[in-house]
Design a protein around this ligand. Structure first.
Ligand code: PGA
Length: 254
């Protein structure tokens, strides 16, 4: 019912030439894998070139951030109007944006509303710190981030949520499939309560944090996990293709 989704978050990696090469290396094989939505999120400056490379394929693009206004005196920012011709998705509220660029829930909430209004599908990232996790505050943190991120937003299946525990990002120490599924089903029941059952069933919720070709299966077999937001491994052609292929096969087998 929910189409699985694998998104590659390239973060601040790849110059234009490297980005084009990476896409050329994985394009044909990724394109040939059905039953899973494949989204690449390269740096802003590569979006236009990659948009041309993926034309006519089943691969889609996402941005890693955007500002919540259409245009104006906002030096250094990128607007949804600039992205809409190039991308389908936009990652919002990634923990690195929250941590290093002082993004707070209210800003993220504005961006979510603006993305949806502009026709971009937001990938809202939420996740608890190691300290919160160890203190048993995971549920409380996730609940507050989801509620704040979605405040005033009308129910929509265009939304994607990525549960990314901060302690699992880039550390090689992924959550277990069971841990991730427990938090993701909590998020789904929150959506059912604040929105409605039907939309909650339709929204894709991903796991993110040290996902590789070696552990993707553990997440994909879980009933509430609809795919992954992949950082480091999305820069490695073979690993990323393997993640997408296993996702297609395992979800199709269910
Ligand atoms: P990682 O990053 O796969 O390198 O842990 C995931 C993310 O930050 O989206």
């Amino acid at each position: 019912m929910r189409k699985p989704l694998i998104a590659g978050n390239w973060k601040m990696n790849t110059k234009l030439e490297e980005a084009e090469r990476l896409v050329r290396d994985m394009l044909a094989e990724l394109d040939s894998i059905g039953n899973v939505e494949k989204v690449l999120c390269p740096p802003f400056i590569s979006l236009a070139a990659i948009n041309k490379l993926i034309k006519g394929t089943s691969i889609e693009l996402g941005a890693q951030n955007m500002y919540s206004e259409d245009k104006g005196a906002y030096t250094g920012e990128i607007s949804p109007l600039m992205l809409i011709d190039l991308c389908d998705f936009v990652i919002l509220g990634h923990s690195e944006r929250r941590q290093y660029f002082a993004e707070i829930d209210e800003m993220i909430n504005k961006k979510i509303g603006k993305a949806l209004e502009s026709g971009l599908k937001p990938i809202l990232c939420v996740g608890e710190s190691l300290e919160d996790n160890e203190a048993g505050r995971t549920e409380e943190k996730i609940t507050s981030q989801v509620n704040a991120g979605l405040a005033g937003i009308s129910p929509t299946s265009q939304l994607v949520i990525a549960y990314e525990p901060i302690w699992a990002i880039g550390t090689g120490k992924a959550a277990t499939g069971k841990q991730a599924n427990a938090t993701i089903s909590l998020i789904r029941s929150m959506l059912a309560n604040t929105w409605n059952q039907e939309t909650a069933k339709a929204v894709r919720i991903l796991y993110g944090g040290s996902v590789t070709g070696s552990n993707i299966a553990e997440f994909i077999v879980e009933p509430d996990i609809d795919g992954a937001l992949v950082g480091g491994a999305s820069l490695k052609t073979d690993d990323f293709i393997s993640i997408v292929r296993q996702t297609a096969n395992l979800k199709a087998a269910r």
